[in-house]
Design a binder for this molecule. Structure first.
Ligand code: HPA
Length: 273
């Protein structure tokens, strides 16, 4: 399938502007305030945060492509929150491991920014390195290690990533649930899970969570001046830390089991933003 973003001569921010314009036409909502990318285990939050006023197929917007992973849906929802704010739920995450390039990975974030969004909520399922965490534990992302060997920034733009995961939003999340723990998320390319040796390396480097998304999206959001709230659902202990091999089915199952609980928590946090 051809995608405007694949032509290196196209400006990805112009494609995001086009997508945001079409989004406004299709949803009837001129601008949005908050956007959410809901990873494994977080999808129910979309039903809990407010009233869905429009659902569109993401592939109707310039630059979006079909997701390849089971359990990921290519829809974008516009939701009216009780506060009167407008939220966009981006159900069409493109992962870096799909091999379509970083532009497609961060296009949802750029489209959200072009649609007026100031707060980007990024969620994922991840492997946990802290042995005290149990599968099903939601963890606030406090920082990341981008282990993809690439960046979402094009050109010589030097973006500050101190406090990339907004301390204000982390405090707000803890005001809803004071027991929330936080940790450093390390993005690997995937799609294979890590080896036990890689998990030990990640631990030595200061990571508490390993996964295959989020860091590149956060960098794109920070380039555009958005505040980022990041959440991992710890679906499993990382390879070599748990006593059995990893499976995608196990990750999905942990997501399903935790979904109601963590989605309700996220919805309550969104209500206070
Ligand atoms: N590693 C990478 N990504 C993941 C994991 C993991 O252990 N669990 C869920 N997503």
């Amino acid at each position: 399938m051809t995608n405007l973003l694949d032509d290196s001569k196209t400006d990805p921010f112009e494609v995001a502007e086009l997508a945001a314009k079409r989004l406004a036409e299709l949803t009837g909502v001129a601008a949005h305030d908050i956007a959410l990318t809901l990873g494994s285990g977080w999808a129910k939050a979309a039903d809990l945060i407010g009233e869905t006023v429009a659902t569109i197929d993401a592939t109707e917007l310039p630059g979006f492509s079909k997701p390849v992973v089971e359990g990921h849906v290519a829809t974008i929802r516009s939701i009216l929150l009780p506060s009167g704010k407008r939220a966009l739920v981006l159900g069409a995450r493109t992962h870096f491991y799909e091999g379509h390039g970083v532009r497609r990975v961060v296009h949802g974030v750029r489209t959200a920014a072009a649609a007026g969004v100031k707060v980007m909520v990024l969620t994922n399922g991840a492997g946990g390195i802290k042995e005290t965490w149990k599968p099903g534990t939601p963890v606030l992302i406090s920082d990341h290690i981008n282990f993809t060997s690439t960046s979402s920034i094009e050109g010589a733009k030097f973006i500050d990533l101190t406090d990339a995961y907004s301390p204000r939003l982390r405090d707000l999340a803890r005001s809803v649930d004071p027991t929330l723990d936080e940790g450093v998320y390390m993005q690997f390319r995937g799609p294979h899970y890590e080896t036990p040796a890689e998990v030990q390396m990640a631990k030595g480097m200061g990571a508490h969570l390993v996964g295959m998304s989020t860091a590149l999206e956060t960098i794109a959001a920070r380039e555009l001046g958005m505040e980022v709230l990041g959440f991992s659902l710890m679906t499993n202990l990382a390879a070599g830390i748990q006593d059995h091999p990893l499976s995608h089915a196990e990750v999905l199952e942990a997501g399903r089991e935790a979904e109601g609980r963590i989605s309700a928590l996220l919805a309550e946090i969104i209500g206070r933003i």
